[in-house]
Design a binder for this molecule. Structure first.
Ligand code: AMP
Length: 208
């Protein structure tokens, strides 16, 4: 199974993907998390992408492909944040073809833009397991400590208001056009991230 979670920065893709993984739907593969892992580990990829990510720009297609490739080959996945460009759509098509897999659904996660910016600037993330928290709406039980793994909770370096606006701009220019491509294939289903029953709905859709 391959499910794509599509949507602007901060609409709630990551939180939804984590819930879907908990429900046993498939494994969350977040390209943002994979890139942040590279930065944390101080790898060559990490050193190349840090500045680009901190500026709210998209990382080169071939770098992201390299990271996503192994994950897709291994198991059923919820792609959180991939693909984001037209080139990534064709890279993914090729990769899936090679592995005898297909895209089951493209879930277009929607939310109001004002809510999105507010959500992002208050977002916190576990530096170890990547669990997502929010200073206002869902803070950790113990300050700076992850409820799930005890890891250190941090603010993402690209979650400032200025960088967020840049990320939204990148989304509008390079990523949003992908909806038309997948729409023509009949794969797009809208999901509202504030909907309490979103995961149940997704389960039903995927079971059809
Ligand atoms: P995210 O955690 O999905 O918000 O991604 C954080 C940052 O990682 C983005 O602003 C990009 O700089 C980079 N990134 C994540 N996924 C991709 C992708 N598919 N293509 C290019 N850059 C990406």
């Amino acid at each position: 199974m391959v499910v794509i979670l599509f949507g602007a920065p901060g609409v709630g893709k990551g939180t939804l993907a984590q819930k879907m993984q908990l429900e046993g739907i498939a494994k969350q593969v977040s390209t943002g998390d994979l890139l942040r892992n590279e930065i944390a580990a101080g790898t060559e990829i990490g050193r190349t992408v840090k500045q680009i990510m901190d500026a709210g720009k998209l990382v080169a297609d071939e770098v992201v492909l390299k990271l996503v490739q192994g994950e897709i080959e291994k198991e059923n996945v919820i792609l959180d944040g991939y693909p984001r460009t037209l080139k990534q759509v064709s890279d993914l098509d090729e990769l899936l073809k090679k592995n005898g897999k297909k895209i089951d659904a493209v879930l277009n996660v929607v939310a109001d833009e004002e809510i999105v910016v507010d959500r992002i600037v208050n977002r916190l993330i576990c530096s170890n397991c990547h669990a997502i928290y929010n200073k206002k709406y869902s803070p950790p039980k113990v300050a700076h400590t992850c409820d799930k793994c005890g890891g250190k909770i941090v603010h993402r370096s690209d979650d400032s208001q200025e960088v967020t606006m840049q990320r939204i701009q990148e989304y509008k220019e390079k990523t949003r056009p992908l909806l038309e491509v997948y729409g023509k294939r009949g794969l797009v289903i809208d999901i509202n991230s504030s909907d309490e029953g979103a995961v149940e709905k997704i389960k039903k859709i995927l079971a059809q």
